[in-house]
Design a protein around this ligand. Structure first.
Ligand SMILES: [Zn+2]
Length: 325
């Protein structure tokens, strides 16, 4: 994915962060105000506050899934490790209605097989909530790159959600989990060289009428950072972003959400373009100045079970809130 804020130089970033990338609360506009506020106000902590529910999803389980995914090594589209990961994901979905959206993508680096994996959990209400996240890793990066957060965390979160949804009758909307493929660029990120899987799926679902049934498209990307700080995305649908904020607040996790605003180019964009309500949950501050992003440093030790549980729970709560709308 790409953030528009990344276009600024480091110096400009420092100067413009408050103006361009952060428009959260008027009282928290300056870094000083934020620091003062956090120094005097107790930070909500799910482990210490009795009023906050304990996570429903076992973060250790999500972390374990992430480790298993990362163990395949670098997983770019077309690689043997990618194929093993496809088999691994499908093997975790026994008894679930699974569809695989396979096609060949023409990229600046040649032709590559792409496969979006879709797991469908039926609900009684007429409509679909999609939760998506990419499972491919960046193609041009060296083999030492394993993408624990970028690709690994989203793959694992969806597997944990599948465990939650499996075998339960849903009163709300159907939930479809989508492991998206070909999110990453094959040479260099441009509008043409990126988002191969979701461009294909959005076109397909637009043509067959599925898109009109989608009540919400919730994207997760890079959501396992120990220092979890998910930005508000200006390219996401405002009302759905507000629902996520409500979900985070309900669970006492609001301190991890939306302190800054960025404009993200990610797998939600092809669906936004066809009129589907979308939200991108992404923490694009992975290490100082996002230094671990697309770096061999994107390894499992940078992630925490707590962060994975927080994001997973907020996604589940968001699903519940959309069900009630
Ligand atoms: Zn990436």
């Amino acid at each position: 994915m790409k953030s528009y804020c990344r276009f600024y130089s480091l110096a400009l970033m420092v100067l413009l962060t408050a103006a361009a990338c952060s428009k959260s609360q008027p009282a928290s506009d300056s870094a000083a105000a934020v620091q003062t506020a956090s120094a005097i106000a107790p930070t909500p902590s799910p482990s210490t506050s009795a009023s906050v529910p304990t996570p429903n999803i076992d973060g250790q389980k999500v972390l374990q899934y992430t480790k298993e995914v990362v163990a395949f090594g670098s997983r770019p589209a077309g690689s043997p490790a990618h194929e093993k990961l496809e088999q691994y994901i499908v093997s975790k979905l026994k008894g679930v209605d699974v569809e695989q959206d396979k096609f060949t993508a023409q990229t600046p680096a040649g032709r590559f097989p792409i496969n979006n994996i879709i797991a469908k959990f039926p609900g009684k209400k007429n409509g679909i909530i999609v939760v998506a996240g990419h499972y491919d890793t960046n193609y041009p990066l060296p083999k030492s790159y394993v993408g624990a957060n970028d690709g690994g965390s989203s793959t694992a979160l969806l597997l944990a959600l599948a465990d939650q949804l499996r075998g339960k009758e849903r009163d709300g909307y159907s939930v479809w989990l989508v492991w998206t493929d070909g999110e990453e660029a094959f040479v260099k990120w441009t509008d043409d060289d990126s988002l191969y899987g979701t461009k294909h799926l959005a076109q397909k679902w637009n043509a067959d009428g599925t898109a009109r049934k989608i009540k919400a498209f919730i994207l997760v990307d890079m959501i396992g950072d120990t220092d979890l700080d998910i930005q508000r995305d200006s390219n996401s649908t405002p009302w759905l972003t507000d629902v996520v904020e409500q979900a985070a607040t309900n669970l006492g996790y609001q301190s991890h959400f939306f302190r800054q605003t960025v404009g993200m180019d990610d797998d939600h964009i092809p669906f936004a373009k066809i009129g589907v309500p979308v939200v991108d949950l992404i923490d694009y501050t992975y290490g100082y100045n996002n230094v671990f992003h697309h770096s061999p440093e994107d390894t499992i030790d940078k992630l925490s079970a707590q962060s994975l549980a927080i994001t997973s729970d907020v996604v589940m709560e968001t699903i519940e809130l959309v069900d009630q709308r």
